[in-house]
Design a protein around this ligand. Structure first.
Ligand code: VTB
Length: 331
């Protein structure tokens, strides 16, 4: 069940469907460069397309999670203003190409992702790492605890799901920093799905274990991806906790400037994405939940998930973009 926290004011619901246009455009642009081995080029194409579409929206938008901090990202940087300024003040989290390496290799689960909430309702976080844990809907509140050992969390999930721990699958990013975590999880008998990149998809996959085979996401990934994943779970339902990894005085200071007063705080999903949140993700490459873009005889097809937390509506949009269309121009 979706929950509403933070400001009760709702976003103009028409924006929900508008977000699909934005993620579709980015996905199509990136998809033209699938498997070309050039991560930067694919990312740049997605950024350009997403920015163009975003600037058409009737919003007074501010990017809070973007391509990086201003000095390192020329477009869609944190703090950039987007939209035609004619609508409500909103904050935006985006990743025009989540899983650049996946796309460059044409492997599963790269996405174009965007979330929007009222101004001030998305965690304004620096581009650092975040420790994360997430499960899908249907479990009792407070079941998982980011500070508990993996074994404990797995036991609690297995008990409520009515299965053995060895029947569960945990999604973990394949990184040397997770060596101990992977050992701990394996020692419980649970299976692990190691992913190379793309932990926004990894978290979203916990919401439909029957389809994706994933029950729980655990481990350290990017903080921006953490906020995006929290926004998605706010809409679908589920539980997530995240803790920024602020392990140097410089990072603590950067975070403090963005309003993070307690560098050790574990954020709940509701604290990372408050109020009415809308979210869209379009598949770039084929994935466990979303198909990738197809360039067909009759047009370009895209597969998008669009969701809104206040209503709990989850829409899957399979769109065919035909004829003389902006997408037809090669990137
Ligand atoms: C992730 C993942 C991204 O970066 O959060 C991650 O979702 C974490 O950083 O797709 P490292 O790659 O340094 O582990 C990506 O893998 C790439 O942006």
């Amino acid at each position: 069940m979706a929950t509403t926290t933070g400001s009760e004011k709702q976003l103009d619901r028409i924006l929900t469907l508008e977000l699909a246009r934005v993620s579709e455009a980015a996905a199509v642009a990136a998809a033209r460069l699938r498997g070309h081995g050039d991560e930067k080029m694919a990312d740049q194409a997605a950024v350009d397309a997403m920015r163009t579409e975003l600037n058409r929206l009737p919003i007074d938008g501010r990017i809070v999670i973007g391509e990086g901090e201003r000095d390192e990202a020329p477009m869609l940087y944190i703090g950039e203003e987007v939209g035609n300024k004619k609508g409500s003040a909103v904050d935006i989290a985006l990743d025009p190409l989540e899983g650049t390496t996946i796309c460059a290799k044409n492997q599963p689960n790269s996405l174009a992702v965007i979330a929007m909430a009222e101004r001030g309702n998305l965690l304004y976080a620096p581009d650092v790492y975040m420790d994360k844990i997430a499960i899908g809907p249907g479990y009792s509140a407070g079941l998982i605890d980011i500070d508990a050992p993996a074994e404990e969390n797995l036991k609690r999930v297995a008990k409520e799901k009515g299965v053995k721990v060895s029947d569960l699958t945990a999604c973990i990013m394949d990184r040397p920093r997770h060596a101990r975590l992977i050992e701990e999880v394996r020692a419980t008998g649970a299976a692990i799905r190691l992913i190379g990149d793309g932990d926004v998809a990894g978290v979203i996959h916990t919401t439909d274990p029957d389809q994706t085979g994933i029950d729980i996401y655990i481990g350290i990934g990017g903080a921006p991806e953490g906020v995006l994943a929290a926004a998605a779970l706010r809409c679908i339902g589920g539980q997530m906790q995240g803790r920024l990894i602020l392990d140097t005085p410089e990072k603590i200071e950067r975070a403090a400037k963005m309003g993070v007063s307690d560098p050790k705080k574990a954020y709940t999903m509701e604290e990372m994405a408050k109020g009415d949140v809308i979210f869209a993700a379009t598949g770039v490459t084929d994935g466990n939940m979303l198909s990738g873009v197809r360039f067909g005889r009759n047009g370009i097809t895209t597969h998008t998930l669009v969701m809104r937390s206040s209503s709990g509506t989850i829409r899957e949009i399979r769109a065919t973009h035909q004829g003389e269309h902006k997408f037809d121009k090669p990137a």
